[in-house]
Design a protein around this ligand. Structure first.
Ligand code: AMP
Length: 389
C-alpha cells in the first residue's frame, strides 16, 4: 500500500492537487474537511456537532474525526492506499494515524507539505469564498483558521521530519508545475519503500512460475533477465542487437548489456511497489552490480530467496519441459541440462554466501504443489514488507 498525507495551511492547494494524485496513483481519498461538510449537508447528528466548531475556525474533536476515518478505511479494504488531506492536523492525530495504519499492517510513506506565504493564502481563500459557499471562507474565519494552523498543525511537520518522510514543496506557481514537483517527491519517496527481492534457484526450480504469481499478488514488477533479453531482441533495439550474437551462441550476455536493460526496465516502472528479480544475479559479480544499481536509485535489496530443489528433481523437470512447447533450446537434452546445472552450482555457492553474510539469504523448499510453494514464498514476502516503512 502507498499512503500519502498532503500537508499545508488552508488555501495551500491540497484539494486541487489531490485530484491529480488520486487519479495517477489510484488511491482512496480521505479528506476530513470534505467529510465533515457532507455530514453537515446531510444534517446528521455528527454534522450538527461539527458545524459550530468549523464556523469558529477551530478543530473538530478527535473522536469525530477518528469515527469518520475508520468508516472510510473499513469500507475500502482492497485499496492500493490512502491519500489524506487535512489530516493529521495535530501531533495527537499523527499518533492516531500511526495506529489506524498499523491495524492494516501498513504505514505512512510520505508527507508532502505545500508551502505558500500567508498573504497568498489569504488572497486565495477570500477569492474562493466568493464561489465556494463555505461558511468558513470569510475574512474573519480565515484568520482564525490560519491561527489554529500555525498553533496546532504546523508542529506536526517536525514529527514527520524526524521520521524522515517529510518533504516541503513550493506551493506557488502554475498548478501543473506544482503537480510536477509533488510527483517528483512521490517518486523519490517510493524508491525508499520499494521492496526488492531476488528469487534464485537452479534451472527448473519454478522461479518463472512463482515469480509471476508473486508479482501479481504483491503488485511487484517481475524482472526476468531472460525475458528482458528476449524482448530487446524481438524489438531489435540497440541493446537487443548487441545481445543477439551471445544469445544465438547460447552464451552469457555481457554484464554491461544486462545491467543497462534492467536499469531501463526499472526506470520505466518507477511508480512500482518494488521489484522481483528472477535470473539475476547469477554470479557474485552480478550480486555486487545489483547492490550498486539499487544504491544508485536510493534503494536496496530486502532479501534473496533461494528456491531449493534437489538436482535429480531439476533434471527430471527440465527433461519433462523439454518434451513440451514451453521448451527453450537449453532444455533440449541431458548433456546441456547437466552443463547448466553444474555451471549454476559453481556460481550460486558464492552468491549464497554473499547474501548469507548480509543476513539476507532465505532458503525455501521448492518441492510440492505449486500453491503450497507459493504460500511459503508469500509468507516471506509479507515478512519482508514489514521490514520496510
Ligand atoms: P478543510 O476542508 O480541510 O479546510 O477543513 C475545514 C474545517 O473542518 C477545519 O477548519 C476544521 O474545523 C475541520 N477539520 C477538518 N479536518 C480536521 C481534522 N483532521 N481535525 C479537526 N478538525 C478538522
Amino acid at each position: 500500500m502507498m499512503n500519502i498525507a498532503l500537508f499545508g495551511p488552508p488555501g495551500a492547494g491540497k484539494g486541487t492537487q489531490s485530484k491529480m494524485l488520486l487519479e495517477k496513483y489510484n488511491l482512496t481519498y480521505i479528506a476530513t474537511g470534505d467529510m465533515l461538510r457532507t455530514e453537515i449537508a446531510e444534517g446528521s447528528e455528527l454534522g450538527l456537532l461539527a458545524r459550530s466548531v468549523i464556523d469558529r475556525g477551530q478543530l473538530v474533536s478527535d473522536e469525530i474525526i477518528v469515527q469518520m476515518i475508520e468508516k472510510k478505511i473499513s469500507t475500502n479494504p482492497d485499496t492500493k492506499g490512502f491519500l489524506f488531506d487535512g489530516f493529521p492536523r495535530t501531533v495527537v492525530q499523527a499518533y492516531i494515524l500511526e495506529g489506524l495504519l498499523l491495524k492494516m499492517n501498513t504505514s505512512l510513506n510520505s508527507v508532502l507539505s505545500l508551502e505558500v506565504p500567508e498573504e497568498e493564502l489569504v488572497r486565495r481563500l477570500v477569492e474562493r469564498g466568493k464561489t465556494s459557499g463555505r461558511s468558513d471562507d470569510t475574512p474573519e474565519v480565515i484568520q482564525l483558521r490560519l491561527r489554529e494552523y500555525y498553533d496546532k498543525t504546523e508542529p506536526v511537520a517536525g514529527y514527520y521530519r524526524d521520521l524522515g518522510i517529510y518533504t516541503p514543496i513550493r506551493g506557488i506557481g502554475a498548478i501543473e508545475e506544482i503537480e510536477h514537483r509533488l510527483d517528483e517527491a512521490i517518486v523519490s519517496s517510493l524508491k525508499n519503500t520499494w521492496l526488492n527481492v531476488v528469487l534464485a534457484g537452479p534451472p527448473g526450480a519454478g522461479k518463472g512460475t512463482q515469480s509471476a504469481m508473486l508479482a501479481e499478488k504483491f503488485n511487484l514488477v517481475h524482472i526476468a533477465t531472460g525475458d528482458v533479453l528476449r524482448k530487446a531482441l524481438a524489438e531489435g533495439n540497440e541493446l537487443g542487437l548487441q545481445a543477439k550474437p551471445y544469445m544465438e551462441r547460447g552464451e552469457m550476455v555481457p554484464d554491461e548489456i544486462v545491467i543497462r536493460l534492467i536499469e531501463k526496465q526499472m526506470m520505466h516502472h518507477q511508480h512500482a511497489r518494488g521489484f522481483l528479480f528472477d535470473g539475476f544475479p547469477i554470479n557474485i559479480v552480478q550480486a555486487y552490480i545489483l547492490d550498486g544499481m539499487l544504491k544508485k536509485m536510493d534503494s536496496s535489496l530486502a532479501c534473496m530467496i533461494n528456491l531449493q530443489v534437489p538436482t535429480l528433481e531439476s533434471i527430471n523437470r527440465l527433461l519433462q519441459r523439454g518434451k513440451t512447447s514451453a521448451a527453450t533450446s537449453c532444455d533440449a537434452n541431458a548433456e546441456i541440462i547437466l552443463k547448466r546445472l553444474l555451471e549454476y552450482e559453481t556460481q550460486i555457492k558464492k552468491v549464497d554466501s554473499y547474501y548469507i553474510s548480509q543476513k539476507k539469504f532465505i532458503p525455501i523448499e521448492g518441492i510440492g504443489p505449486i500453491e503450497e510453494i507459493n504460500d511459503r514464498l508469500s509468507r516471506q514476502i509479507e515478512e519482508a514488507f514489514k521490514g520496510i516503512r
